[in-house]
Design a protein around this ligand. Structure first.
Ligand code: FCB
Length: 456
């Protein structure tokens, strides 16, 4: 029988209720005011790379309409807004700062402050300059200095107003999708050397950016946004599946988190794949032990694995439980995984301050459904936010929740049709309209509590 007991999950007054976006996904005008192409700009213009054939050339035209978008944020009552900066707007070439690019973010930050919204700025969110990629991108150690230069330029110009920083969005996923699955540029497949080199250099850049922040930003808060995957065995009663899942957890979560928390890569990963790491990587490890002041968690999915000898190095094959609920992007929806992640942080990693920097489902249009009727998003948010409330009751130090996303936007290799926003974007007219979830979120933020079926 289903329990009907309701529970009121309360959130502190200071809780950062927000929404997240990223530059390429919303801005449009990718080459305006002196910017040069990013790898995503190039990639989306290659046939067959984006599922629905769209690009970020216009996206939400936010570069020209940011004032209107900030009015929506204010009307929603958002306390905070997470956005990212286009690297090539600021460094069209290595070494020379483009003031016009910085001016845009300066205006954006001023408008946010004027609306009483706390900015959370992500320095690197998947958008690599073509000039960097030509020289090998993040597989090369020199990339660390380039990313540090970007971060410093941003901190110097905006650090008097932007106090909360995110160094890098999803280092592990960026490395994995760019060098193992070919879903992101540079679209290599099974290039384990590229993948581990890229991940290592991103973590190194994170550590350097944290140091820069303490020198350049007074009272700065800084962390990275980790793509957290809840990993489970296909059959929990089968030891070899349990082992396979535990190894895949070290791949998905351990490779990015262990260096931050303990200055080491997981032993099992080094044993099987140590040869793919950059030479002398271990000399960097002590400096990688630098979380910053909080950990960002992007939470979207559970992955299940079974043991498989046919998968080289990993010995694990993904198993999809067809009866489990999945989003249109194929993510298994598993709200309890968010609670588990927060408890893991609390019980195993010293309970650092953390922020849910992304969470939310895509809901593509279907014939016959009003696109503003997104009950599925409301249910998804309620189920995840209740798990967060439950974690707070258990002592988690989670300080904020950012919905992905503020408005429908360009969803990387899936294109414009995924529709991840609580605000509907009509891509032909650029008209914004609130979906049901936007009204629901506004009410939740103003109330500060969520009533939900009691969780076990
Ligand atoms: C995350 C990305 C974000 C968006 C969501 C749906 O992995 O950080 O840019 O694409 O997925």
């Amino acid at each position: 029988m289903v329990s009907l007991r309701l529970m009121k999950y309360l959130f502190p007054e200071s809780f950062l209720w927000g929404a997240a976006t990223s530059a390429y996904q919303i801005e449009g005008s990718p080459l305006a005011d002196g910017a040069t192409p990013s790898t995503w700009h190039e990639f989306t213009h290659r046939r067959g790379k984006v599922q629905d054939g769209t690009t970020g050339d216009v996206a939400c035209d936010h570069y020209r309409r940011f004032d209107e978008d900030i009015r929506h944020m204010r009307d929603l009552g958002l306390k905070a807004y997470r956005f990212s900066t286009g690297w090539t707007r600021i460094f069209p070439e290595p070494g020379s700062v483009n003031q016009r690019g910085l001016d845009f973010y300066d205006r954006l930050v001023d408008s946010l402050m004027g609306a009483g919204i706390t900015p959370l700025l992500t320095i690197f969110h998947l958008e690599e300059p073509v000039w960097l990629a030509r020289g090998g991108g993040f597989t090369q150690r020199t990339s660390v200095d380039h990313l540090l230069e970007l971060g410093k330029a941003l901190m110097r110009r905006l650090g008097d107003r932007v106090r909360t920083w995110c160094t890098i969005n999803e280092p592990s996923l960026y490395a994995f999708q760019g060098y193992a699955t070919a879903e992101y540029p540079p679209a290599h497949r099974f290039d384990l050397r590229g993948m581990f080199h890229c991940a290592h250099h991103l973590l190194l850049a994170h550590a350097r950016l944290v140091e820069a922040c303490s020198a350049l930003v007074r009272d700065g808060q800084i962390g990275l946004a980790h793509y957290y995957v809840d990993v489970a065995p296909a059959n929990p009663a089968r030891d070899r599946d349990v082992e396979a899942a535990s190894f895949m957890d070290t791949m998905a979560n351990g490779v990015a988190l262990s260096p931050l928390f303990s200055g080491a890569y997981p032993e099992g990963v080094l044993r099987r794949m140590g040869r793919f790491f950059p030479a002398g990587f271990d000399r960097d490890l002590p400096s990688l032990r630098n979380l910053g002041t909080y950990l960002g968690i992007n939470y979207y999915r559970r992955n299940r694995y079974r043991h498989s000898l046919f998968t080289p190095f990993l010995h694990a094959a993904e198993y999809v439980e067809a009866s489990a609920p999945h989003t249109a992007m194929g993510d298994e929806i598993y709200p309890a995984g968010l609670f588990k992640a927060l408890m893991r942080l609390k019980n195993e990693l010293g309970n650092p301050p953390c922020i849910i920097t992304e969470n939310g489902p895509p809901i593509p249009d279907v014939e016959g459904r009003d696109p503003l009727d997104d009950d599925g998003r409301v249910a998804y948010m309620a189920d995840h936010i209740a798990q967060l409330g439950r974690a707070l009751l258990e002592g988690s130090d989670c300080r904020g929740y950012f919905l992905w996303s503020l408005l429908d936007n360009f969803e990387w290799s899936k294109g414009l049709s995924m529709r991840c926003g609580m605000i509907h974007t009509d891509f032909a007219t650029q008209k914004r309209e609130w979906k049901k979830s936007a009204f629901w979120y506004r009410d939740l933020i103003s109330r500060g509590w969520l009533e939900h079926a009691a969780l076990p």
